[in-house]
Ligand binder design. Sequence first.
Ligand SMILES: [Zn+2]
Length: 949
Amino acid sequence: MWSTREGFHSLIATTTLVVTIFLHTSHAIPPLFPQPPDFGGEVDLARAPTPADRLPKTLTPYHYWLELRPIIDDGTGTGERFTAPGKISIKTIRSLESGNGNTITFHSLNNAINETTVSVVDDTDGTSLTIDYFVISLSSHWFTIVMASNSTLVAGKNYTLSMEFVSKINTQDAIGLYTSVYKGADNSTKYLVSTDFQAPDARMAFPCFDEPHMKAVWEIDIIRQTHYHSLANMPLADSTPVPELPGWVRDRYLPTVPMSSYLICFAVSDFTMEAANTSIYSKPVHVWGPPPLMERGNGRFSPDFSAKLMSFFETYYRIEYALPKMDKISIPDYSSGAMENWGLNTYRDTRLLYEEGISTAQDMFSMTNTISHELVHQWWGNLVTCEWWSDLWIQEGAATYYAPIGVAGVGMGDLLPMETLITASIQRSFDFDANKGLTHPIHLENIDPTNVALLFDTLTYHKGASLIRMMNAIVSTNTYNTAMTRFLHRYSYSTATQGDMFAVLDEVIAETPASSPLPANVNLTQIMETWTLQSGYPVVSVERSQFSNNVTFTQERFFQRIADGVGDTTRWHIPLTVQRPTDVLIPVRPERWLTADRAQTSLIPVSGAWIIVNPQSHGYYRVHYKNALLDAIIDQLWRDHTVFDVQVRSTLVDDNINLGYAGYLDLGKALNLTLYLRNERVLFPWQSFFTNMALPYRMYARSSPFSSFKKYVLDLTADALTAINIQPQPSDDNPTTLLRTLLVTWRCNLGDAACITYSIGRFSAWMNNPSNTSIVAPDLQPSVYCTAIANGGDSEWNFVWSQYLMADRDVIQTSLIRALACSKTSFRLNTLLEMAFDLNSGVRGKHRTLTVQAVAGNSAGVNLAFSFLRANWEAMIRRYGASMPSGIITTLSTQLISALERKNLEDFVASTGAQLQLSAGAVENLDKGAHWRTTIEGNFTTFIRSLTP
Ligand SMILES: [Zn+2]
């Protein structure tokens, strides 16, 4: 008989199976609730388990044998296409603490378990236990086997649990065991199957104990047709024909080291590969991708680069990589950026494959950083795993923190990965973490399984990385590295909590007490818990006495709107590092602490006009320089901004604009600081500036002060673009290319005549010679296409559309379809909205939501997109589910400015009768708009008008 879950019936289409399912659902599963027997409280079957429940810890798996046969092709005659018949055998031990019992509970979702094959064998004598019945909890993904009363599971004994099943290959979403599609060289559609299991999706491919602490050795057999090949976490042991299945082969893989289920991965495809040079790293490193892309050389960069990183991290952590090989595979349909499955990393194509003349500077940066991130995980996450997802930040923070160290460490420091980490990670995290409606502590004690997906957010990655960077600076790199190597050794093949990590640091610090950098009577654990168990972060105000050189530091929690902080008493242990004008080197170690038991402390600096607090942003906090101190800093920026490190400049821009927006600082003064940017030629301060100008750009786009705003930004940016030249130069490094892209995008959007002329010129040259795709530099393509459409007519429109239909890489398709949404004509934009929704228009399915969102993001298209949503939301839900209208609502929430527009959106959402809702993010966007109107707009407008007499 078959166990099944709702939703699986349509997939199992053969008559026999449907009949079997009918029989099964009619009487084979005993009803869950009527009079369940008493199981001694082991699994409370009187109460339906909820998705928020954890698996009982009564049974621990230590060895899996898994066989899976994904059926990719149509008409094999061996089973339904896009299913995977499988067998699994799990060796377990009954825990001593649990005592004897009579149930076994594990995860299974969408797997049709053949109940007649389920067996539980006592490993000591080989006897089979008698199974009374099965309980399947549909909502919690649980499958429970109940033993008969004469078959007891004895504490401390080993049992092998076996069964056969058919799992479903997901053809809709890129999760679990799923299929992916690409175009072959002959333009035919090719299929492959791969997996993506983090966090709770291994259970969608096979029954298992799907929690990260339940580590086990895995032996995996993949059965595939001979024209495919397979990959898994470990090297292949052997391949043998399957006698009863002509044309099929069994690939048997070597046993893994103990590992968590979410890290299991396998793939069946016809991909080809490039190998790294084994003189760089002794173990094999291979990069796999679709043959047409590999033949164009797309796989040439990554193998050697990855091999260098493997070698680098082995030396850095002083721990050998645990597996005998490393494969990396590019998956055409991919929901995130990449995944660190042990020994078989999976990637979206732009993060692994690099194509000269097509990939951009941003692609090069993201690719190198992502490859490095996934390799860090081989130690942080795979070797040592979070005990529960509450501590996900440790491994994601570590991967985010060490990735740029790796990139720089293998000779690609000219991409400026460390500098980018500082600006991008900290400032992005600050924005999210100051938002009262969105933020949360990065360690969420006992987070339940239903909320795990929420943890994969900006805070886990970027606040996590920032806090690791802060710990490193507090204790010094030497101490930190000693402690982390010890931590990785101690918890290898096991799991750990943040408490375990902090304890190792405290242990190492205690070995040399004389040089402890910590404040008296406080250990590192106590310091760090103020950062990981509390939401948000502080702003440290720095004020100099009018009568002496005394400087006072005051802490309070920073909020996006100062009013949100009324009554808040959160405090942190804050390391204070101070740079004075006389310092030759930028200090890293804290000079003083502002401890959590007090709001204020003071320090006497040496004389000098200014000081910089937290100069390399090692401390996770903003700095508010008050009065004369800020004047002195602005004065120095004007006279010679290069006195300050580029990181300091970037932080000054970001901190002060945000302090101004939130109401901690006079906004006019903050914007006055930005005027120094006329002389700025380095990427990072500009990135900080433009990130913070997105709000005024959107808010002004449909109002009269827009002309003053344009003049403000165009005046600031003019010299910088002249200095680096609008036309890409052979000598450009990556950061210069990124800066040019920013400047050109903003200046063209703001109507700069020279920028528009340049863009139209490049675009015309491409139209005249369409096969030469490098006429427009890859990095400038999105901006140039958008400008050409915004300023062009039918011929530009038709050309971009025809190129979209022909393009074979997502990155190109996306910039072309987005460009169409840059039109300023209502007729064109309405046509595009209709095309986005018309199944036969040629707009690809994956671009439908994005196209409507792009129209909504265009000030000329906001109201059109809103009307379109009102007219079509029900049809959208019917066809695509709620995610399409919800995505459009989120974009509209950033664009609808006036109180009336906000009310219209809220009324519309209410009118859908809860079929659509405003997400927390959308509410925040609307609140940001309201805050702009009440608090920011007047001061901003006064400032930009003061610049134009
Ligand atoms: Zn990661």
